[in-house]
Design a binder for this molecule. Structure first.
Ligand SMILES: *[C@@H]1O[C@H](CO)[C@@H](O)[C@H](O)[C@H]1NC(C)=O
Ligand SMILES: *[C@@H]1O[C@H](CO)[C@@H](O)[C@H](O)[C@H]1NC(C)=O
Ligand SMILES: *[C@@H]1O[C@H](CO)[C@@H](O)[C@H](O)[C@H]1NC(C)=O
Ligand SMILES: *[C@@H]1O[C@H](CO)[C@@H](O)[C@H](O)[C@H]1NC(C)=O
Ligand SMILES: *[C@@H]1O[C@H](CO)[C@@H](O)[C@H](O)[C@H]1NC(C)=O
Length: 449
């Protein structure tokens, strides 16, 4: 089988050689022509803010309002073709001065990571002092937010890296069919880590962005005003379970989860709350859903490792377009398909209004503050500590010689750890790798148990 595939590939390579060469040279010359005006030697754009959106509704307010005299100017004055960007959104759009740019990276983790990597490695920009403002719509956890809220995140947690069983087939006492990779029970810490499970951002910058935006006039709709009341479970004797869901929309602080799967439901929502607590050592608060952020951050992290970007200059802002779970008495199908929640347009408007205040804030205090950077007092980076420092979640900093644990193709590496609980795993790893930091995880495990 393997040999056949190999021979097939060889044959394909030979027969294709001539044609592919031709195609590639056409492509390359086209790229050369298209990117000629942005030849890095003639002109490197050095944006102070790079706005990152995932699909046109999130980008449109920025692009359409760009002629507004109260806006920041026209983001359509300079279009820069990014080789390797999504074919749907091939260009970055910038002010004529290059001070602010916007790029739409596509939806889902694969599009987000691919486009961001293409952008960051394009060498068409000097991004070393650039603030990245990642802005997109989201689902919202009614325990921590409400429709059309805008939340600034400190943590992004990738929740899709798990085993999945159909919930109807799992043991009766399990709360979910999702089990962290390498573990054998939903409540156990994953032992097979890919390195993109958790990203932590600059909390001081998050707070500064929040402070810029918090005064923004928030948009809302009559439909949402009525819909929120469904989450009012207050009775004569007890307060409502979902207090945050009943508020009028505002600017809040709250963390984001990333999953390609667009989920809806109370049990899934609750199991994600638990997973986020587990994997971040109780640090992150699951507030908003997204399909991209950890992927986007992973590209930024790798670029930061090459000193192409400054990871302490990343802001994530998510606007609540719908609830992640139905109101009591309603169904998860209704939550997703049935009932209009009226928050799509307002959340997009609120992201733009809040985001604009952040952009103006950064530009307004560029000299003296933002050019220099906002010092991060918290750990920033990924689960492995690739940017240095000690992550305050996960198993701690890994050896830099092989930071990501290899997974054996025959499953040996996995089975080695598969039947260990996190307690045993932490002990084993500390012993074998001599990582004193791992002992810290014991505290987390004890707390979680
Ligand atoms: C940039 O692209 C937009 C369409 O995406 C177009 O409307 C605009 O005219 C272009 N700007 C320039 C300077 O070519
Ligand atoms: C995803 O991003 C969030 C917030 O930006 C971060 O807290 C989380 O650790 C990230 N997860 C991974 C796997 O990178
Ligand atoms: C929200 O924006 C829409 C469109 O601009 C506007 O018609 C509506 O009055 C706004 N509502 C609030 C509460 O601001
Ligand atoms: C997890 O949190 C607990 C309580 O804050 C702390 O004692 C422990 O050191 C933390 N573990 C890690 C790995 O940061
Ligand atoms: C894991 O469990 C299997 C059978 O349940 C056992 O054969 C194996 O030795 C165990 N591995 C370790 C490392 O304990």
């Amino acid at each position: 089988m393997q040999l056949r595939i190999f021979l097939g590939a060889l044959w394909w390579a030979f027969t294709c050689l001539a044609a592919c060469q031709k195609k590639r040279s056409i492509h390359a010359s086209r790229l050369a022509t298209e990117s000629a005006p942005q030849d890095p030697r003639s002109k490197v754009v050095a944006p102070k803010v790079f706005i990152i959106t995932m699909f046109p509704p999130e980008a449109d307010p920025w692009l359409k309002n760009s002629g507004n005299p109260n806006g920041i100017g026209s983001l359509l004055d300079m279009n820069i073709t990014i080789p390797g960007a999504s074919p749907l959104f091939p260009q970055a759009h910038c002010l004529a001065s290059g001070t602010v740019c916007l790029m739409t990276i596509g939806e889902g983790e694969i599009n987000a990571a691919s486009t961001m990597t293409a952008l960051l490695l394009s060498h068409l920009f000097d991004l070393t002092k650039t603030y990245f403002l990642i802005t997109g719509i989201a689902g919202v956890n009614p325990n921590h937010g409400t429709l059309s809220d805008v939340a600034f995140a400190k943590y992004a947690v990738q929740i899709g890296l798990q085993y999945e069983f159909d919930a109807r087939e799992v043991p009766g006492d399990w709360r979910t069919g999702y089990v962290p990779l390498g573990a054998k029970h939903p409540d156990l810490y994953p032992t097979s880590l890919y390195g993109t499970e958790v990203f932590e951002l600059n909390a001081n910058l998050r707070d500064a962005a929040y402070d810029f935006a918090v005064g923004a006039a928030m948009n809302d709709s009559g439909i949402s005003v009525d819909y929120r009341q469904n989450y009012n479970t207050a009775t004569a004797g007890s307060a409502s379970r979902f207090k945050a869901a009943l508020r009028t929309p505002g600017v809040i602080k709250g963390d984001v989860v990333t999953s390609d799967v667009y989920f809806s439901g109370t049990l899934l929502g609750e199991s994600i709350e638990k997973f986020v607590t587990l994997i971040t050592n109780g640090s992150a608060v699951y507030t908003m859903t997204a399909q991209e952020d950890n992927a986007t951050l992973n590209s930024l992290l790798r670029a930061a490792m090459l000193d192409l970007v400054d990871f302490s200059r990343v802001i994530i802002m998510r606007g609540a377009a719908d609830f992640d779970r139905p109101y009591p008495g309603s169904s998860c199908l209704d939550n997703l398909f049935g009932i209009k929640q009226g928050a799509f347009d307002p959340s997009i408007r609120n992201l733009y209004t809040s985001g604009m205040m952040v952009v103006r804030g950064i530009l307004g205090e560029w000299e003296g503050r933002y050019e220099r950077g906002v010092e991060a007092k918290n750990y920033i980076g990924d689960l492995w500590g690739n940017l240095g420092g000690k992550p305050d979640f996960g198993p701690g900093r890994q050896h830099s010689d092989n930071p990501v644990q290899e997974r054996g193709l025959d499953g040996d590496t996995d089975s080695e750890t598969r039947n260990h609980s996190i307690l045993e795993w932490v002990g084993y790893k500390s012993l074998v790798r001599g990582l004193a930091f791992n002992t810290l995880s014991l505290g987390m495990v004890l707390i979680l148990n």
